[in-house]
Design a binder for this molecule. Structure first.
Ligand code: ATP
Length: 236
């Protein structure tokens, strides 16, 4: 479904990720783990068109998407939940979701369907539809950020460190929600996380990124028992 081939990307003179080759099959729940600054967010930003690759190709459902504008990539079927959530604090829950559904401006029936789906998946957002997003708890804001991404009815969801700043109990709730979403809708998910132990329990397959390069790729179960992963990422 998604294929990156020898992708390099960065910021100004900094090359943050180098020669990244990875793929995600339809319906998979895949993770990209790595320490702080390894380049995980950069890979997601490159897939969603927020930064242009310096080199390499990105294909989604067989078509080249590298070089497309971010809104065209959303239209192609990829939604990105950025690190730090970035909900619009002074807009209501409903207005935030509306922003996520911008591609349905001329298709009100699609918009309605997407909104119904998000509200049925997150009843709490429905209850709080009139509340200003900035007054929601961290967990609720994360839920809203995911709901906003789902408004475009993506086939691939990119999640950037959803656990950031959340209490352990809320992190577990969030992960269970992703697993439920994956299981019940067949949505393909690429999850970027620093919480390697938890992430490898929930996902099917993973890539390990170190200093901008992919060092390992295996099933999540195999990565969990890999001595190098245990030593560096699982605190063994
Ligand atoms: P974290 O978990 O801390 O977000 P990460 O693995 O997602 O880490 P990236 O945010 O992709 O890492 O950063 C990779 C490298 O690119 C780092 O060296 C970082 O300092 C650099 N970088 C990231 N964003 C920018 C930017 N806007 N301008 C310049 N350099 C950047």
């Amino acid at each position: 479904m998604l294929e990156l081939e020898m992708v390099s990307a960065g910021y100004g003179a900094v090359v943050a990720v180098r020669d990244i080759t990875l793929h995600i099959n339809r319906g998979e729940f895949v993770t990209l783990i790595g320490s702080n600054g390894a380049g995980k967010s950069t890979i997601l930003r490159t897939i969603s068109g927020l930064i242009k690759p310096r080199q390499g190709t990105i294909r989604f459902e067989g078509k080249r998407i590298d070089g497309l504008a971010p809104h065209s990539i959303v239209r192609a079927g990829i939604a990105h939940v950025p690190e730090g959530r970035h909900v619009f604090p002074d807009l209501s829950v409903a207005e935030n979701l509306e922003m996520g559904g911008f591609i349905w401006r001329r298709e009100p029936a699609q918009f309605r369907e997407a909104l119904d789906l998000v509200y049925s998946m997150f009843p709490k957002l429905a209850q709080r539809r009139a509340q200003m997003a900035g007054t929601l708890s961290g967990g609720e804001q994360q839920m809203l950020a995911v709901g906003r991404a789902l408004m475009s009815r993506p086939r691939l969801l990119l999640l950037d460190e959803p656990s950031l700043g959340l209490a352990p109990k809320i992190v577990l709730e969030m992960f269970n929600l992703f697993a439920h979403l994956h299981r019940t809708t067949g949505l393909t998910i690429l999850l970027v996380e620093q919480l390697a132990a938890l992430t490898l329990e929930y996902t099917q397959r993973g890539y390990v990124l170190e200093r901008g390069e992919i060092k390992l790729s295996d099933s999540s179960a195999a990565l969990r028992s890999n001595p190098r992963v245990q030593q560096i990422y699982l605190g063994a």
